[in-house]
Design a binder for this molecule. Sequence first.
Ligand SMILES: NC(=O)c1ccc[n+]([C@@H]2O[C@H](COP(=O)([O-])OP(=O)(O)OC[C@H]3O[C@@H](n4cnc5c(N)ncnc54)[C@H](OP(=O)(O)O)[C@@H]3O)[C@@H](O)[C@H]2O)c1
Length: 255
Amino acid sequence: MNLEDLHNKTILITGSAKRIAREIVLDLSKYKPRFILHYRNAVKEVEELLNEVKTFCSESYYIKADFSVRQERDDFIKRISQENVDIVINSASVFPKMDTWNNFDYELFQKVFDVNLYTPASIIKHVFPKGKKGIVINFLDASLDFNFTDHFIYRLSKISFEKLTYMLAKELAPDVRVNAISPGAILPPAQLNEYDQIEEKKEKEEIINFYEKSKQKIPLKISGDPKYIIHAVRFLIENDFLTGVNIPVDGGEFI
Ligand SMILES: NC(=O)c1ccc[n+]([C@@H]2O[C@H](COP(=O)([O-])OP(=O)(O)OC[C@H]3O[C@@H](n4cnc5c(N)ncnc54)[C@H](OP(=O)(O)O)[C@@H]3O)[C@@H](O)[C@H]2O)c1
């Protein structure tokens, strides 16, 4: 699909109000698609985003749902099933702080898998019934092959999501192309993102150290940036001969 053809197409993007997904929306808005902007808590941010894009992207709207809450998830799926969606970008994700083997339990497992695996799978299933054409881009994580044990359930959920991407690429061909992007250290974890509001010198230093350390670990020795992800999103939309592909965008960190 040419990016120019996005005009008149509908893009559903989850977790769209902030960070990487927000930058994707702002970039693709140049092509005047109609957006369905999903958010969970970031109501102020999603309102601002809609205001920024709605002049060009008419009939766009936002929709709230916490994917870990069954009723909200079901209502969301019901609502989007009635829409004629052309592109799904599954970016919403939960990344719990205390997600270690020590803390492994059913509640946390259920929550993380509901948000990071069941909901995006369910979105794809209901948006693309048999014969409906479209494009899916799933967000994974570049570090999945290394069996790290921090962020235990998060990693398990993203590994399963990777397999789901390949399985659905087969299952839904030739109608739907299903691909993935695996970011490396593109942005620091959300909790480090309130930099300007932080008074404590020590905390600021920790954030600067995070950037510096992550840069040193990366063979290309440059910091991540959403602009590199946007490049991959554009490529996956445009290339009609790709399905079942996962593009690591990590500066070579996980070679
Ligand atoms: N940033 C990176 O460097 C990096 C690295 C590796 C992988 N990734 C992956 O790339 C994608 C984008 O990353 P990101 O850092 O921009 O996003 P993020 O901060 O991890 O999360 C994006 C959004 O997900 C939504 N979300 C969280 N819990 C939810 C729930 N229970 N129900 C519904 N939505 C929920 C939140 O929406 P609200 O704000 O509206 O509550 C949040 O803003 C994610 O899938 C992430 O795992 C990113």
